[in-house]
Design a protein around this ligand. Structure first.
Ligand code: AMP
Length: 148
């Protein structure tokens, strides 16, 4: 049987674990923002130097499940060419940007018939931790708004 005190302690524990996870994501983003021109772990996934749970691949883009999912379905769509972040996208990247969004839409429609969200984190305050452009696709539960 749970007493009031132990229930409050449990809530406090869950709250601090949740905040710890949030903080570490923010910390990762703050560290990563210092070396945004370097090659990233996504380059190694593209070259198959390291494994990933790949769900789609063609000559221009790659989609794989996020290793640290924030929703029951959470995958990433990335370009094979190196574009560090949304801020780096140029007019000449229009075709690849359209390709990525349409690929995200196609994969999401198959997996998430009840709705989903596309996210692009950009820069330090946008909480970007990997400096290779990527679209997050999240769904499989009721998402809240606004995001944190
Ligand atoms: P962002 O914070 O927007 O830069 O997102 C980077 C995402 O990449 C995070 O959600 C990470 O969990 C994810 N990630 C990092 N390394 C890997 C990996 N090896 N395989 C799959 N996802 C990864």
């Amino acid at each position: 049987m749970c007493t009031d005190k132990s229930f409050i302690l449990l809530i406090l524990l869950l709250h601090s674990v949740y905040n710890l996870e949030k903080t570490s994501e923010v910390e990762k983003a703050q560290t990563a923002s210092k070396d945004k021109q370097q090659t990233t772990i996504f380059d190694k996934i593209i070259s198959k130097e390291i494994p990933a749970d790949i769900i789609y691949e063609d000559d221009k883009c790659l989609a794989f499940n996020d290793v640290n999912p924030q929703a029951p379905v959470h995958f990433l769509v990335i370009p094979k060419q190196r574009i560090p972040m949304l801020d780096s996208v140029k007019d000449s990247d229009k075709d690849i940007m359209a390709e990525l969004v349409l690929r995200a839409q196609k994969l999401a429609k198959e997996r998430l018939p009840n709705g989903y969200r596309l996210v692009i984190n950009n820069g330090k305050q946008g909480c970007q931790s990997v400096y290779h452009l990527h679209i997050h696709i999240l769904g499989g539960r009721q998402l809240g708004w606004p995001p944190g």
